[in-house]
Ligand binder design. Sequence first.
Ligand SMILES: [Zn+2]
Length: 411
Amino acid sequence: MPGIQVIEATQPTDRPKLNRVAIDEAHCISEWGHDFRPAYKELSWFKRALNNPPVPISACTATATPRVRQDIINLLGLDPGQLKIFNTPSARPNIHYEIRYLPNPIDDSGDSGKAQVNDFVSWLKSIQSRRRARLGGNDANLPPISGIIYVSFRSSSENLAGILSTSWNGNIRAVAYHAGLSSQDRTQIQSQWTSPQSLSEPNDQTPAFYIIVATNAFGMGIDNPHVRFVVHWNPPRSFEGFVQESGRAGRDGRAAASIVYFNTQERDKVLDRLRRDVENAYNRANKKPANGVSKDDPNSNLQNQYARLRSFQKVVRYCESTSRCRHEMIKDFFGDLELERMGSQAPSSEMKTGSSASPCDFACDFCKEGPRGLTLRKARMAIENELMDCTQWDYMSNMEAMYPDAFSGFD
Ligand SMILES: [Zn+2]
């Protein structure tokens, strides 16, 4: 294993130097080990080799579903009887979760629809006027409020950043942030956005909002604890990605918001593509290669494609539900309840349970607006678009019934 020098530590004289083995980003063991890093699957040798005296092993991750967690435990050969699990709740108590339902765009671009931009800018204006009222108009020298918008494509991030920057008299500074930028540009954007005070130059209007418009695919590598909102301009592609990305809001513990814009056209487009991927993967898995040798494991590809579809289904259920607290849904979908059953020890400061009237203390649109208000708001989107019907979900059960072997092991 390049970069890990524990082999030397197995020598008796060196052994006391090794107090613990820590594996960061441990979900990679499961997600990558099955595909293109088979050596990750062999990591249980730590446990076997460092056995006398045993060296404790820690595995850390911010993005593991129950299945991935179990996979990590199995692949590392950890003893469930000795295991201690710690987790912070996937839904963060200081984040207000909200879905904004949009009518389908008239054009086919799928992004930067006028109605969506107007809705978002109105929301920023309402935040700004509340801030002004609180400060009695004395807000001229305040640093801008930091936010992130996630979009699906580079071109959308450039496009949207341009539109937002010119949409409200210099009050919004929005910059595109993606893998196509030079590292110099990225560094500059990072430092300005993380310390927006540096924006204040003579004759330079300080914007009320400083927003990074980033692509989902690009790991940002920015540590800004003061992000006040994370907006998904399109429904996130995976539920794990959604929880991780929205979790960039409010890391300072202060109030923050997660907003997802949702429309049925985008939902159907993504579902169609993911289904085709599953079907193609199924066909490949059942076709013997001509030379009898396959480079990658077609069954594992099928399972991965299916997992992607399942994860997006969770996103859709999260967005479409009008009958449940969103904090509760995130905890449920992300397996927090299962972790509790496994004896996980959550930090006590995170154990806030909210009032009896609302599980999240009114920090989501369902708890704030109630099922009736939320249903009405959603119905306005659906007037001219048929809402998702049950056949969408039947399709998945059919797939599973037809190909039970391929889908075994999924929760
Ligand atoms: Zn709630």
